[in-house]
Write a protein that binds this ligand. Structure first.
Ligand code: SAH
Length: 368
């Protein structure tokens, strides 16, 4: 067992089973052994690859989206450009480079990064050397005022709680210990139809699809950001793998060296995520007072923003190998069998914002 696994097992032996959310939070955020605190997760030598690490075009297109959103906001003279969970800082670096097309935007935008890991913050500092950046451990300290918020693979890292419908009503899935003292899943009766008044659980689960997931952390962050946007103006873009729920099924997953592993096997040494329930995020945004747009697939989003044209420009003058690599990266980001369909894009904006690039889109110009 990993050092963190031994600590979690001792805690459970002492105080009883913990929720899946607490387990995730410890695995990812433990100050000493937590996955994002201690490891280098990204890239070929890491555990997984994210879209900004696949191609610079990804962050560049989001930069152009941000510029267009800012113009739709009426080009305010100051705007907080916020990224949640910036990883290595690659997306923000590509975004800022592309945003130079509109110097007034660069002058207006103050960069704010929300990052809980001091180690990744140091990586971001190196990637963004020369840029003025303010870091925040959580969204609470973001300054008031209009904002443009982007988040790629952030919401999937937030803890989820899992519920199962049993003969005796809803039960919460817990992490406890088996007879040999190893971490094991179990169920704890949640009492009544809805285990918590804060969680609107459907009355009836469906046979054979036993697990229902909710992420109170994700919906709380979305609602707070939506309330900011409703008050001060702005727009938000959340990109992640996920579904439009409610959906039944266990999506808790652990990834290590590009392979799925048992989520209980290596606490702190595997990335632990869950698929994002975009319907729940959109609902939270509405409740916060902002307007969510219908969900787009990542493939449709990037295509509408002109990924084909941008990639062709990048490939121009490059040798055949480099051009093929660019084309392969575009396919990976957009093809339905790669990231194009599983990954989805939710935009949320102030209700007064007329048009959002890619979302308020004239279908007749598709592919033009
Ligand atoms: N956006 C990056 C990284 C995704 S990994 C990319 O696409 O490559 C998730 C990121 O969110 C990491 O930077 C991680 O440290 C950060 N993170 C996870 N949980 C967080 C939390 N609760 N608050 C702030 N940052 C968090």
């Amino acid at each position: 067992m990993t050092p963190l696994g031994a600590r979690i097992a001792a805690l459970i032996a002492e105080a009883g089973p913990i929720t899946v959310a607490d387990y995730m939070a410890m695995c990812l955020g433990d100050p000493e052994h937590g996955y994002y605190m201690a490891r280098e997760p990204f890239g070929r030598g890491g555990d997984f690859v994210t879209a900004p690490e696949i191609s610079q075009v990804f962050g560049e297109l989001i930069g152009l989206w941000a510029v267009a959103a800012w113009m739709a906001m009426g080009a305010p003279p100051s705007v907080a450009l916020v990224e949640l969970g910036p990883g290595r800082g690659t997306l923000m670096a590509d975004l800022l480079r592309a945003a130079r097309v509109r110097p007034a935007f660069r002058e207006a935008a103050a960069v704010h990064l929300v990052e809980s890991s001091p180690r990744l913050r140091a990586v971001q500092e190196a990637t963004l050397a020369g840029q003025a950046v303010t870091w925040h451990a959580a969204i609470d300290t973001l300054p008031p005022g209009p904002s443009i918020v982007v988040a790629n693979e952030f919401f999937d890292a937030l803890p989820i709680r899992q519920y199962a419908r049993t003969g005796g009503g809803w039960a919460e899935r817990m992490v406890g210990l088996d007879g040999e003292g190893r971490l094991a899943f179990g169920l704890r009766p949640a009492g009544g139809a809805s285990p918590s008044p804060a969680l609107a659980l459907p009355e009836a689960g469906r046979e054979g699809e036993p697990i229902l997931e909710v992420s109170p952390a994700a919906t709380a962050i979305m609602a707070a950001l939506a309330a900011r946007i409703a008050r001060d103006g702005g727009a938000l873009l959340a990109i992640d793998y996920g579904y439009e729920g409610p959906a039944f099924g266990d999506t808790l997953q652990a990834m290590r060296r590009h392979a799925f592993v048992d989520p209980l096997a290596d606490p702190g040494e595997a990335d632990l995520t869950a698929h994002v329930d975009f319907a729940a995020l959109a609902r939270a945004a509405s409740e916060g007072g902002a307007r969510p747009r219908p969900l787009l697939t990542q493939g449709a989003f990037l295509t509408r923003l002109g990924i084909g044209t941008r990639a062709a420009r990048l490939a121009a003058g490059k040798d055949a190998g480099a051009a093929a690599a660019i084309a392969a990266a575009v396919r990976r980001l957009t093809a339905p069998e790669a990231m194009g369909t599983l990954f989805k894009v939710l935009a949320v904006a102030h209700s007064g914002l007329a048009a959002l690039p890619a979302f308020d889109h004239d279908e007749r110009t598709d592919g033009a």
